[in-house]
Every structure is written in structure tokens, then in C-alpha cells.
Design a protein around this ligand. Structure first.
Ligand code: CTP
Length: 405
């Protein structure tokens, strides 16, 4: 199981099954995931914050009113930074509080504030589980889209037998894996996305850059992640936050971007607006002098072309083309010159439709045989369309391979 770059918020409430949550933390860490934990006051009667933080390698959060934590990592941030929230064990009490929107401690406040999917592993006495109140609460939570991992039947710590034992950590891990990857067409695929501009420094103060905001490249990285891909996003300087659930590498220059793109990938999408030329860099700030200033430019590597002609070429390579004129013709030339499977072409430099920095865009999807236009869509919708096209290409290539074999 590979949970690399996945962030899980684990809420441990007060039940004897809390000891199993320690093993769950260990398993998430072993799978490469990041786990932040919130331990309720009752939970701390069963496991210590020290064991939780030692195993998770993160601070164990307990108190809503700890002002330092509120500034470092408040309940809103805790609930938003995760890809998935898991409540294990979930007592009848916390289930009732979640159902009724109560928020009287850090755990319940975080659960009320979250906009992320929540998975609940109940653990309680069989009579409490069977009680109509609990069953009604569970029914309501299921209807609201919560994933409930039904407790198992067996002997309870209290000596009674019946349904109420929390599922095993292995079962929770399988449910987490299903949440991220089950039936996702790009599960197991390693994808590289470049995004944003590059900045080529002239001296310690100035640089040559461009108007790319990175919005389209970042949206594509997220859309590919949502289809199960393991995404590495190599980003030039942008004002965008790092997306959840993927690895972001920050670079500044084209050469740094080229270096960060090394590796074996199944798919590469080069959406960055890479400077074709770097500047012969000066260590000291250049002083103003009368007359024109000469800047010596040096050719940068073409990242897209290097990737698509390399020995370990990804099976799908997608490039972009930003053109001010003859859009389709130039894009077709780039498709051949840079040996790509497709080019996403957009017209830039139009004052009424700036593309750079905008939240909407229009593109041509150009392959050797296809020339399709998609107009006036949000960059996230465009990213979803492009991702569908990439998935289609992957399955066509797989079928071709099967035929040859
Ligand atoms: N690209 C790249 N490395 C470069 C230049 C461009 O990887 N040094 C990639 C971009 O990420 C994009 C594609 O090549 O996917 C086309 O970029 P674009 O700027 O439109 O074209 P250029 O190749 O730079 O050609 P020109 O500036 O002449 O249009």
C-alpha cells in the first residue's frame, strides 16, 4: 500500500479500542502517509499523547483552547489540511455529537469544521450499538456521505458478546486504500506535471519572468491526483498554495526545473511556461549606466523535448503551446518537433481573454489525428477534460501493446 503524500487526520476518542489506533498510526506511517492526530480527553484515558506523537512523528493535539496550537495549527487548518478524516475508535458519544453538530472540544469542533470526507470506525458495547438512538445517528451519517466501518461481532472488553468491536487496523487501512485508489483509472501511475513560470535571475535583485500564474498546471495536477495518480508537481514561483495529496517541488529557473523533472514517470504533462533563455547571472546588483544595457542570454534546456526523447520516456507526454498567432499551425509544429502525444494550445496576448492569471480558458487539443476545441471553461473543468483524454490515451496505448504481444 502506498499512501505517499496522503494526509490523514486521525481522531481517537475514548474507548478501549484506542490501543488499536496506535497500530493504525504505525501502519499509515509505514505506507508513507502523513498522520496528524487529535486525542479526546476520554481517549487519553486509554492511550497517552506521548505514544500518539511518537508513532505519528507529529504533535498530538488535544485542547481546543491551547492558544499556541490555535496559531500554529488551529482546528480549521487541522480539518482542511487533511485529505481524509478518520475517527477510530468512534464512541457512541462522539457519533451522537457529530450527528447533531455539537462542537464542545477540539475533536468535535474539527469534525464540524471539516470539508473533507470522514470515515468512522465505531467501537462500543453491543447494547449501545443496537440502541435505536445510535442506529438512527449512524443512518443519518451514512445519508450525509460519511463512510461507516461497521463494528464486528465478538467478545467485548466488558465481557458481553455481540456487535460492537472496532474493525481491525488492517481493515481500516484497506478502507483508506479503497478511498484513495479503488476503481480510479490512474491508480499506481506516476505522473509528472510542470506548472507556473520560471524566473531567470539577472542579478540578486532582478529576474526575467513571464505572466504564467500556474493555475492551469496546478489544476491538472489535482485532476490527475483525483483519478488515483501519484503526482509530482514541479512548480515555478506562483502565488498558489501547494495542493493536498501530491508532492510539490519548488523551483525557480528552467535549469532547476529540468533537474527536478528527473525520474521514471508513466505520464508527463508540461504545462509550465519555461523561459527559453537564462541570463548570464551577475553576483552583484547591476548599476545604472548611461545608454543601453546588454544582457547575455544562454539557451535553456527544453524540458518537454528532453523528456519525450529520453530513454525512459513516459508512455504519455503532453505539451502546451502558448501562441499569439497561427495557434493551430504552431501547435502542430511543436507536436512533431517535441515528439509529444498531444499539445494543449492556447492563444495568449489577447487583452479581452488574457488566459494568463485568468480562472477560465479556451484550448485546442491537438494530436496527430485530432484537432478539437474546448471553449470558455474554468481551468478546473478543463483539467478534468484533459485528464479524461489522458486516461483514454493510456487505455488506447495499453490495447495497442496487447495487440502487438
Ligand atoms: N517547454 C519546456 N522547456 C522549455 C521551453 C518550453 O519544457 N525550455 C515546454 C512548455 O512547458 C510547453 C511547450 O514546451 O509544454 C511549449 O512551450 P512554448 O513556450 O509555447 O514554446 P517554445 O518551445 O518555448 O517555443 P516558442 O517560444 O518559440 O513558441
Amino acid at each position: 500500500m502506498n499512501l505517499t503524500h496522503k494526509k490523514i487526520l486521525l481522531i481517537i476518542s475514548g474507548g478501549i479500542a484506542a490501543y488499536k489506533s496506535l497500530d493504525l498510526i504505525r501502519q499509515i506511517k509505514k505506507a508513507g502517509g502523513d498522520v496528524q492526530c487529535v486525542l479526546t480527553k476520554a481517549g487519553a484515558e486509554f492511550v497517552t499523547p506521548l505514544s500518539v506523537s511518537a508513532l505519528s512523528e507529529n504533535k498530538c493535539y488535544m485542547d481546543l483552547w491551547d492558544l499556541t496550537d490555535e496559531s500554529e495549527m488551529g482546528h480549521i487548518r487541522l480539518s482542511r489540511e487533511a485529505d481524509l478524516v478518520v475517527v477510530a475508535p468512534a464512541t457512541a458519544n462522539i457519533i451522537a455529537k457529530i450527528t447533531h453538530g455539537m462542537a464542545d472540544d477540539l475533536a468535535t469542533t474539527t469534525l464540524l469544521a471539516t470539508n473533507k470526507p470522514v470515515m468512522i470506525a465505531p467501537a462500543m458495547n453491543p447494547c449501545m450499538w443496537g440502541n435505536q438512538a445510535t442506529q438512527d445517528n449512524i443512518k443519518t451519517l451514512r445519508k450525509r456521505g460519511f463512510t461507516i466501518l461497521d463494528p464486528q461481532i465478538g467478545e467485548m472488553a466488558c465481557g458481553e458478546t455481540g456487535q460492537g468491536r472496532m474493525v481491525e487496523p488492517d481493515d481500516i487501512m484497506n478502507a483508506i486504500n479503497d478511498f484513495f485508489f479503488k476503481d480510479k483509472p490512474l491508480a499506481g501511475k506516476h505522473v509528472l506535471v510542470t506548472s507556473g513560470p520560471t524566473f531567470e535571475p539577472i542579478d540578486p535583485v532582478r529576474f526575467i519572468g513571464n505572466r504564467s500564474s500556474g493555475k492551469q498546471g496546478h489544476a491538472i495536477a489535482c485532476a490527475l491526483r483525483d483519478q488515483g495518480a501519484n503526482v509530482t508537481l514541479v512548480s515555478g514561483p506562483t502565488a498558489l498554495p501547494d495542493p493536498n495529496g501530491l508532492k510539490t517541488i519548488h523551483v525557480e529557473t528552467a535549469v532547476e526545473m529540468m533537474n527536478a523533472c528527473q525520474g521514471n514517470y508513466d505520464i508527463a504533462v508540461c504545462a509550465a511556461a519555461v523561459a527559453d533563455y537564462g541570463v548570464k547571472h551577475h553576483d552583484q546588483k547591476q548599476k545604472k549606466s548611461n545608454g543601453a544595457l546588454d544582457i547575455e542570454l544562454t539557451e535553456n534546456p527544453d524540458i518537454l523535448q528532453t523528456i519525450s526523447t529520453s530513454k525512459n520516456r513516459p508512455s504519455i507526454v503532453i505539451g502546451f503551446a502558448a501562441e499569439t498567432e497561427n495557434l493551430v499551425q504552431h501547435a502542430k509544429e511543436k507536436l512533431l518537433k517535441k515528439s509529444c502525444d498531444a499539445i494543449v494550445a492556447n492563444q495568449v496576448g489577447n487583452k479581452d481573454n488574457p488566459v494568463f492569471g485568468s480562472d477560465t480558458t479556451s484550448i485546442y487539443w491537438i494530436t496527430k489525428t485530432v484537432n478539437e476545441v474546448h471553449e470558455n471553461l474554468s481551468k478546473s473543468t478543463m483539467a478534468a477534460i484533459l485528464t479524461d483524454k489522458i486516461i483514454e490515451m493510456m487505455s488506447d496505448k495499453a490495447q495497442e501493446k496487447d495487440k502487438v504481444a
